[in-house]
Design a protein around this ligand. Structure first.
Ligand code: GLN
Length: 192
């Protein structure tokens, strides 16, 4: 199978590793630049984007990841991972940086404290049937898409999944619901 990495600085690393291994991928937990050099695609897990940002700089991973995305490496990001892929943040805290790559504006914690987490079924035309069981946890929303394409919306019209070339960003956590179709789509990009 393809060699892929899961950025393993903070967040729900194990859940992504399990889905990918189940699909036959060889998975490396990426903690150092050498780990990144050995993979052909990268998953950015959910967690806390400010922490992932800081740790990526501490571990010398920020610049190699930015360069790999610029060079076309396929990336799947969920929740905090989507935040890390955004070119623009509507409300990043002071000094917060993203890796960028997705031509979108993302708002962190977009649902406020009244609705910190919820589950819903999403119709995702790009995946077909059945609908996606999606878990949202302090989730971000995509407020503006430039050249990226919206793949899924909440009933009110908010964008919760986007794609741009080999980059796939999700507001929610398919890895927590046994949903593997986004990971399959990511692995298909890695194999090309
Ligand atoms: N609110 C988190 C952040 O800003 C993301 C939450 C998540 O990944 N489940 O990074």
């Amino acid at each position: 199978g393809p060699r892929v990495g899961v950025l393993a600085l903070q967040g729900d690393v194990r859940e992504h590793v399990d889905v990918l291994e189940h699909l036959g991928a060889r998975v490396t937990r990426v903690r150092r630049p050498e780990d990144l050099a050995a993979v052909d695609g990268l998953v950015l897990p959910g967690g806390e984007s400010t922490v992932i940002d800081k740790l990526s700089r501490t571990f010398g991973l920020r610049e190699p990841i930015v360069a790999a995305i610029r060079d076309g490496m396929p990336v799947l990001g969920t929740c905090a991972g989507l935040i890390m892929m955004a070119d623009r943040l509507a409300d990043g805290i002071d000094g917060q940086q993203t890796f960028g790559g997705l031509d979108v504006t993302v708002r962190r914690n977009a649902f406020g404290s009244q609705r910190e987490s919820f589950e819903t079924e999403l119709i995702v035309p790009a995946l077909g049937e059945p609908p996606v069981a999606a878990t949202f946890i302090r989730a971000p929303l995509v407020e503006e898409v430039g050249s990226a394409r919206a793949l899924a919306f909440l009933p009110g019209g908010s964008i919760v999944a986007v794609e741009q070339d080999g980059l796939l960003g999700l507001s929610f956590h398919p890895e927590m619901n046994g949903e593997d179709r986004f990971h399959r789509r990511f692995l298909d990009r890695v194999r090309v």
